[in-house]
Design a protein around this ligand. Sequence first.
Ligand SMILES: NC(=O)c1ccc[n+]([C@@H]2O[C@H](COP(=O)([O-])OP(=O)(O)OC[C@H]3O[C@@H](n4cnc5c(N)ncnc54)[C@H](OP(=O)(O)O)[C@@H]3O)[C@@H](O)[C@H]2O)c1
Length: 166
Amino acid sequence: MILIFAVDNNWNIGYKGDLLYKISKDLRRFRRITEGNIIIMGRKTFESLPDKKPLPNRINIVITRNKEYKGEGIIVINSIEELYPLLKEINPNNEMETFIIGGGEIARQTLDKCNKAYITKIFKTFEKVDTSMPNLDLLENWKIVNKSRVYKDIDVAYQYIDYVKE
Ligand SMILES: NC(=O)c1ccc[n+]([C@@H]2O[C@H](COP(=O)([O-])OP(=O)(O)OC[C@H]3O[C@@H](n4cnc5c(N)ncnc54)[C@H](OP(=O)(O)O)[C@@H]3O)[C@@H](O)[C@H]2O)c1
C-alpha cells in the first residue's frame, strides 16, 4: 500500500478535522494519482471530505468502529484486520493501486503494510496542529527515492518527495 499525505516541517497533517493548508495543484495531483484506484481512510478523514461524499472514480474504503456506520458509495469496515482480506477480494490481481489517504490514526496502524509514500512536504511549521503522521525521515528502513523541484504556492514553498521502504 502507498501512503499519500501532505505534511509540514514536523510531519503534522491536520487541525480540527481539516488540512493544515490547501495547495490546489497538490490536490489536483492527488486526484490524478489516486483516480481509478482504491483509497482507504479513517472515519474522521472521510467526514472531512467536501460534503462528506466519497471521492469520485475511486473505491472508497472507510474504517470506523461504529458497526452502524453507512454511507452512499463507500465500503465500511470495522477494523484494520478486515482490510487485507477485503483488498484481496476486490483487487485480486493488484490491478489497482491501494492508497492510505488519512488520517494520522490510520497511517500509524497501516505503516507496516506500506512500502511507498508520496509526501508533499510543505516547508512551514504550523502553530495550530492536532494530528500528525509518522516522520519517515526518522525511520531506518524508509528512504527517499525522488524529490521534485521546490514549488511556490502564494506564501509557502513545497516539494514532492517519494519514499520507499526497503
Ligand atoms: N495532510 C494530509 O495529507 C491529510 C490527509 C488525511 C487527513 N488529514 C487530516 O487528518 C485529520 C484526521 O486524522 P485522524 O488521525 O484524527 O483520524 P482518521 O485516521 O482519519 O480517523 C480516525 C477514526 O478511524 C477509525 N479507526 C481508527 N483506527 C481504527 C481501528 N483500528 N478499527 C476501526 N476503526 C478505526 C475511528 O473511527 P470511529 O471514531 O468512527 O470509530 C477513528 O476515530 C483531519 O484533520 C484531516 O484533515 C490530513
